[in-house]
Design a protein around this ligand. Structure first.
Ligand code: ZN
Length: 242
């Protein structure tokens, strides 16, 4: 069986600079996700902002990536425009894209959405909000094996309004103890590429150790992969239609 080729991209800043974030993710969020998502059908590599001049996202890497995960927060502006455009181009041609948490403001996601992607937030670093993630699409491939709701005891509040285009599918709707709700799991298609935004993952809390969060991301990788990837695994991208 051909492997799905996954690249996990991380800004990798807070886990170096902040002792709390480093405590949760001593080797970086990307490394925790790489280890937690490891599976026989996946070939996972990691990349980060300062890995090399192209943030570890060269043409060669993206041409060998079926699904790209993206975590970024305070250094979105340091991502090279040409690299962000390259990611957008690959998504349009079929690469799956999974922006996580504060990647809602990343250059590739904003360019793919065409809106500001702003939202309300509340980050009490000592405590956060208790969050109930409601599975509102239990027949969706991304929710297989995921209960109808699960609780994150601590998560950054992300709330409406969330300035995204109307999602094609709403998969999760999250509630926060402060009263806010948030379209926290949404799908989009751009070109022939499938996109899934998922909100958990504030760096000050250990959300990427939660089994349901990890199950969702694992399912999303299989869902977002271009369908022919398993059979062809190379040279599958169509030229863009002009
Ligand atoms: Zn955050």
């Amino acid at each position: 069986m051909a492997l799905l080729r996954v690249t996990i991209w991380n800004e990798f800043f807070h886990e170096i600079e902040d002792p709390i974030a480093r405590g949760h993710y001593p080797q970086g969020i990307h490394e925790q996700l790489r280890q937690a998502l490891a599976a026989d059908d996946l070939e996972i590599r990691t990349a980060w902002l300062e890995k090399d001049a192209e943030h570890g996202l060269s043409e060669e890497v993206l041409s060998q990536t079926d699904v790209l995960l993206w975590w970024g927060h305070c250094r979105h502006g340091d991502v090279r425009d040409d690299v962000a455009d390259r990611v957008v181009d690959y998504v349009n041609r079929g690469m799956g894209f999974i922006p996580l948490h504060s990647a809602h403001r990343s250059k590739p996601f904003r360019r793919l959405m065409g809106t500001s992607c702003m939202l309300r937030w509340r980050a009490d670093e000592d405590r956060g909000d208790r969050c109930i993630v409601w599975n509102v699409n239990p027949n969706h491939p991304i929710t297989q094996g995921v209960p109808l709701h699960f609780t994150l005891e601590q998560e950054e509040m992300y709330g409406e309004l969330f300035f995204i285009p109307q999602p094609e599918e709403l998969v999760f709707l999250s509630w926060f103890e402060g009263g806010n709700v948030f379209r926290g799991g949404c799908t989009f298609t751009r070109g022939i590429g499938k996109i899934f935004y998922f909100h958990p993952g504030h760096e000050m809390f250990p959300s990427y150790y939660n089994e349901n969060v990890l199950r969702v991301i694992a399912n999303a990788i299989r869902w977002a992969a271009p369908p022919e990837a398993r059979e062809l695994n190379a040279g599958r991208y169509m030229d863009p239609v002009v």
